[in-house]
Structure formats: C-alpha cells, structure tokens
Design a protein around this ligand. Sequence first.
Ligand SMILES: [Fe+2]
Ligand SMILES: [Fe+2]
Length: 204
Amino acid sequence: MNIDIKALRKKLKKELDKDRYEHTKGVMYTSACLAMAYQYDINKAMVAGLLHDCAKCIPNDEKIKICKKNNVEITKIEMENPFLLHSKAGAVVARKKYDITDEEILHAIKVHTTGVPNMSLLDKIVFVADYIEPKRDKAPRLEFIRKMAFKDINKCVAYISYDTLHFLKSKKGSIDPTSEVTYDYYKEYIKDDMEVVTEEKVED
Ligand SMILES: [Fe+2]
Ligand SMILES: [Fe+2]
C-alpha cells in the first residue's frame, strides 16, 4: 500500500524552513525520476526523498539527544560536527514522528549524507537526488553528474563521493571517514574512466 505523501508533506512543511522545504521537494521529485529510470517503487522513493532532511532544522543539541535516547551510535566526528547527525536522527524522527516502518526508507535517510559501501538502490537514489535536485547550483560539473545519474547510478555515486571529498579537502573541512569508505568502495566503478575524473578538473 502506498504511503500518503500529501499528509506527510503537510506535517513536514511545519518542521522545515522555506529553503529546506523547497530543497526537499526537489529531492522528492528527483528521487521519483530516478525510481522511474531504475524501475524502483516510485512511492517509496518519493517518501524517502521527502523525509531525508526531516531532522535538518532540529537544533544540534536536540539531534544529539535524539540519537542518545535511541541508542544511535555517535562518532567523534559527528560529535564535533553535530549537523552531520541529521541523517541518523532523521531516521529516528521518520520512524517516530512520521510513522515510517519501512526499513529500506529508514536506511536511505540514515545514510544519505555520507553514503556507505554497498548501498541499496533506494540508498543510492536518495544520495544522488540530494546532490542533483534542480535547486542545487554550487557543486562542480553538475551537468556531467546529472547525466551520469540516469546513465549509471554506481558511477554517479563514485563521482559524487570523489567530488565531495575533493571539495572538503580543498576547504580543509573535517571529513567523515564514512565518506572516504564510500568512495573507496565505489571508485571501482570509475577506475576505467579515471581520466575523465582528472581531465574534468573540479573547480573549487
Ligand atoms: Fe541532508
Ligand atoms: Fe538534503
């Protein structure tokens, strides 16, 4: 049975600021498009896209509390950068507040920021949709990444992970080790296209 997206949207709109809600709609529809391209359940993809950032506007100390209360492990890097916790806390909030019981949806929300090795198709759909939705405009070579999303989703995950790591390193920002583990797993998919990676230089 399909999950009632209209009811979820109504509830979620009150919890997010305007920009976050606009981004959320973009991720929801982009997830639907990717689900069509890869023959995944469209309703589930839309729900996961809609709720992926449901904990984004919760204050950081509250995010930490939610994780602690629900026995969600908090890594050192997450403790230092609690905004990273919006994915793990989001999975808890999606379950408790939005009554989502589908484990695939909850997992896609949980891993959407860093990715993980060996992601499910839904995990990859949300991870990619979050990066390419129409309102995004700052990431480098978005045209290339967007095209790749519909051509080969594993390659797309690899390129997104590569570009994200490159960006964080250039900014000397803290890197969640999970992002590195994700790239290590997915780089296999682009090893024959590595020239493209180095040729199409990432603009900082
Ligand atoms: Fe997010
Ligand atoms: Fe997002």
